[in-house]
Design a protein around this ligand. Structure first.
Ligand SMILES: Nc1ncnc2c1ncn2[C@@H]1O[C@H](COP(=O)(O)OP(=O)(O)O)[C@@H](O)[C@H]1O
Ligand SMILES: [Mg+2]
Length: 257
């Protein structure tokens, strides 16, 4: 096994001989990926421990979405490896990654506009084989009363904030142990952004481990136990949410003060 000290995750990985740190639920090592002839990720590494909320922050184009897509099997990994609960998942197809316990709440919500709210939620559970979907659907509507009120409505007719709630609830319907959120606050009014923040805090309190990508760094760093700062496909800083909020470069570049 390659020594993990070769990449940026090394300072967080206490085990000297193993890449599978017992406490790491997700570990990303020396990740390279790109599109066509262009490399976008240049050997980055980080980890997410069970129960944590970890944020990836950085400017537009830094490679945050590409990283999430690599984890979900939507963009091929060119070099390096991704492990989830001690097993390699790079190279798996998207639906197999979902079956392992990872779901993504994608950028731009991507609800199915012509399906009802209820049908969208049912789609979230399509990889599950257990019989508890109906109970979980009810539980999800308890958690998001607006979705119950609109359960028969076409998802495309919901407001942006309601669509975000639906996208979050749909991701939870897969019963993930790790949920990836790509820019959940993007394009929403400040009041709705505050609701999204509260919702993510509740998701975390439900015991779901969260990997959160946000250009809204102040929200991300408030929610995050730990965070990594991305620049041009590399991780340039890491620390606790509180440490990074107080970091002069982070506050100047991403927090606007
Ligand atoms: N499907 C694609 N084809 C080609 N280039 C892409 C594609 N998706 C993203 N990129 C490029 O990859 C780089 C990183 O993009 P992305 O991962 O979306 O960054 P972020 O999420 O941090 O804004 C950008 O330069 C972007 O233009
Ligand atoms: Mg993005």
């Amino acid at each position: 096994m390659t020594n993990p000290s070769a990449n940026a995750a090394s300072s967080l990985a206490p085990g000297p001989t193993s890449g599978t740190t017992p406490r790491a639920m997700l570990s990303v090592h020396d990740l390279h990926a790109g599109y066509g002839k262009t490399d976008v990720l240049h050997g980055l590494g980080f980890e997410v421990r069970a129960g944590e909320c970890v944020a990836l922050v950085g400017a537009n184009g830094a490679g945050k979405s590409t990283t999430l897509k690599c984890i979900c099997g939507l963009v091929p990994v060119r070099q390096g490896r991704i492990e989830f609960e001690g097993q390699r998942i790079d190279g798996l197809a998207g639906h197999d990654v979902v079956r392992r316990g990872i779901t993504m709440c994608p950028e731009g919500r991507q609800v199915f506009p012509d399906m009802s709210v209820r049908e969208n939620l049912e789609m979230g559970a399509h990889t599950r084989r257990d019989k508890a979907q109906v109970q979980d659907l009810e539980a999800m509507m308890d958690l998001f009363p607006v979705l119950r009120a609109r359960s028969k409505q076409r998802a495309g007719t919901l407001s942006g904030g309601e669509q975000e709630m639906l996208a979050i609830a749909r991701a939870l319907m897969a019963k993930p142990r790790l949920c990836l959120f790509d820019e959940p606050s993007l394009g929403l009014a400040p009041k709705i952004v505050a609701e999204v923040e509260q919702t993510l805090a509740r998701v975390k309190a439900m015991g779901v481990t969260v990997l959160l990508v946000e250009q809204n760094a102040s929200m991300a760093l408030r929610l995050a136990d730990r965070a990594y700062v991305f620049e041009a496909g590399e991780i340039v800083l890491q620390g606790t949410g509180t440490e990074l909020q107080a970091h002069p470069e982070v506050s100047k570049a991403y927090l606007g003060y």
